[in-house]
Design a protein around this ligand. Sequence first.
Ligand SMILES: [Zn+2]
Length: 312
Amino acid sequence: MASSALGTCFRALGLAGRALTAIGLTAAGAAGHAADYSGPLFDAHLHYNEEAWNGKTGPHPISDVLARMQRNGVQAIMANSRPNDGTKALAAVIAERRTMGVTGAAGDITVVPFIRLYRNRIDYDNWFRDETIYAMVQDEFARGTAAGPYRGIGEFHLYDSANANGPVAKKLMQFAERNQLAVLAHVDDAAIDLLMAHAPKARLIWAHTGIGGASVARVDALLAKYPWLMGELSYRPGLTCDGGLLCPEWRALLLKYPTRFLIGSDTWINQRWQSYDELMQGYRRWLGALAPEVARQIGWDNGASLFLGGRR
Ligand SMILES: [Zn+2]
């Protein structure tokens, strides 16, 4: 009896042990594969450049790019293009569908248009001292788009941070500040200081939040120093680690400043349009491992409160 009871007891323990192991594995699995974020996305770095549409014969006509946004739950975009015609065409189609009451299609997507500084690739290296670009930006701003006024300028690039002190760079920062336009800037951390010195109250959105790999401590210090500075996270080196989840120090930074970050596709070449689904799924994955309210802030709310009056 006794030995049989003992045996039963051991068997029970064995079963319990296996059950606990199974639960333990399940819990670990759940932590490693939290459900992806399923809320709306605000794509805060989108280009609809000429080579995508190319006189309507390109590989990514408006219907194609809108379908990509839609199937990924992207409900608003900060759009700019080289030249600005791409943004204007996108804005016109969306505005038209909205006027016609088309929903469940492009009518559900809001365009936040930005003025691109580049008419062609040569302008990348010269815009900060080219007065004709300053004139072009003012012309565009006065005209606006079918979806409403422009809300920002950029994306612009500075490959040498000293050019942040170029005469046109300075004037554009001040123009943006005066007209409450946001600025999307692909620059290094040194240029952030220079640009902010021109226009301390400008809403500067740091494209890629330091694509050259500025340290997390440096990004932290800049966010603390400039309350209007936001970070957009495409291409940011060191952002994600195993399983596509945030690396620990980036996770800590995002949790420290949950209202200061945005996500973006950066469709600067057609290949980025081709991988648009994967890019958005990648964001949904790491957002899903954050607390739901933080995921929604970074995925949607921060962009919406900047540009849509917090709508949705
Ligand atoms: Zn870009």
